[in-house]
Each structure stands twice: as structure tokens, then as C-alpha cells.
Write a protein that binds this ligand. Structure first.
Ligand SMILES: C[S@@+](CC[C@H](N)C(=O)[O-])C[C@H]1O[C@@H](n2cnc3c(N)ncnc32)[C@H](O)[C@@H]1O
Length: 174
């Protein structure tokens, strides 16, 4: 059912329009992919994939033998993504708290998310990170790029990750 999510944030513009004007997000997203070390063979989850342009770039990076899963709560954006991009990508309507391919197994090398985190409530952020831990392989990475000016995103990541022995690295100027 495509209309189960009532409130959608970060998706005010029309889906086709967003697909044409997301160059800035795409360029920054490519930098995040480089910082996260996305490479051939990786299994990547793109949470909040929008219309899929960055997901497509990630799919090229991991290669045809691997796969990227893109998830977004905006059904119109997911429709555009499915129409425009296909090779080695699965697009699913959903979000962190819903079911998506391999949501309940240690499967992904990278839980990737570009300009999504700033739209989430504190409760959703917690679910977001819990979901990421659940579906990542041992040694997997969470890569988040956000608009937030203050360091809340880094503080939250540290609170959750450092006690568990994970490292948090802040990439400046992105
Ligand atoms: C600024 S767009 C970024 C899209 C894409 N990541 C990119 O870099 O072009 C933010 C996206 O976050 C999605 N979003 C909003 N709330 C979300 C949630 N709880 N979980 C996942 N995605 C969400 C929106 O539907 C929207 O497509």
C-alpha cells in the first residue's frame, strides 16, 4: 500500500521536478560515498533515496554483481526512481521503521543516507540508528550527511556508537 505514510518531510517539491534539480544533493552525496569508502562488491542501503539519482551512482560503484536498495516514504519519488533507474537496484516505498529487503538481518556493508537525517524527529532518529545497527554486517558503516548546523548529529552518533566501540568521524566542508 503506497499511501500508509501520512506526513512526508524533505519532499515538498514535485517528484519529477526534484529529479531534475537535485544536482547539489547529488554532488555532496558523491563526496559522502567517497568518504564512506563505497566500493565494488559492497551491499548498500540508501535510506531516503528520493528519486534515485544518487542510488544509481552507488549502484555503479558497487558493480553489477552487487546490489543497492533504495527506500523512501514519498511514493511519488519512488515511482520516478523505479521508472528511471533499474540496474542492480531495488527501490522500496518505506522508511526506517518499516520492512525493506534484509531489514532484519546483518546484511549491508553501508547504511547510507544523504540529506534525510535533518527531517527526522528525535524519536525517528533513534529508530533510524537502531535499524541501521540491525541490518549492518559486523564492521559495517553508517554514513549520514545532514544540513544541521550544530553538532547534534555528531553528539547523537557518539552517544549511540562510541559505547559500543564504534568510531565517529566528522567530515568537514560537506
Ligand atoms: C532532500 S531529499 C534527499 C533525497 C536523496 N537522498 C538525495 O540525496 O537526493 C530528503 C528525502 O528524505 C525522505 N524522507 C523523509 N522522511 C524520511 C524517513 N523517515 N525515512 C527515510 N526517508 C525520509 C524524503 O521523502 C525525501 O525524498
Amino acid at each position: 500500500m503506497l499511501s500508509t505514510f501520512s506526513k512526508q518531510r524533505g519532499s515538498n517539491s514535485n517528484a519529477n521536478k526534484y529529479s531534475e534539480i537535485n544536482n547539489v544533493q547529488l554532488q555532496y552525496g558523491k563526496m559522502l560515498a567517497a568518504a564512506a569508502g563505497v566500493k565494488r562488491g559492497h551491499k548498500v542501503l540508501d535510506m531516503g533515496c528520493g528519486t534515485g539519482e544518487l542510488t544509481s551512482f552507488l549502484a555503479q560503484k558497487v558493480g553489477e554483481e552487487s546490489q543497492v536498495v533504495g527506500v523512501d516514504p514519498d511514493s511519488e519519488r519512488i515511482k520516478v526512481a523505479i521508472q528511471k533507474h533499474s540496474q542492480n537496484i531495488i527501490f522500496k516505498h518505506g522508511e526506517s521503521s518499516s520492512q525493506f529487503p534484509h531489514f532484519d538481518e546483518q546484511y549491508y556493508d553501508i547504511h547510507f543516507s544523504n540529506f534525510v537525517f535533518q527531517w527526522l524527529t528525535p524519536e525517528e532518529k533513534e529508530i533510524f540508528v537502531q535499524t541501521a545497527f540491525k541490518c549492518l554486517k559486523a564492521g559495517g558503516k553508517i554514513a549520514i550527511q545532514s544540513h544541521e548546523d550544530d553538532a547534534d548529529i555528531v553528539k547523537e552518533a557518539k552517544n549511540i556508537s562510541v559505547p559500543k566501540g564504534y568510531a565517529v568521524r566528522r567530515v568537514s566542508a560537506v
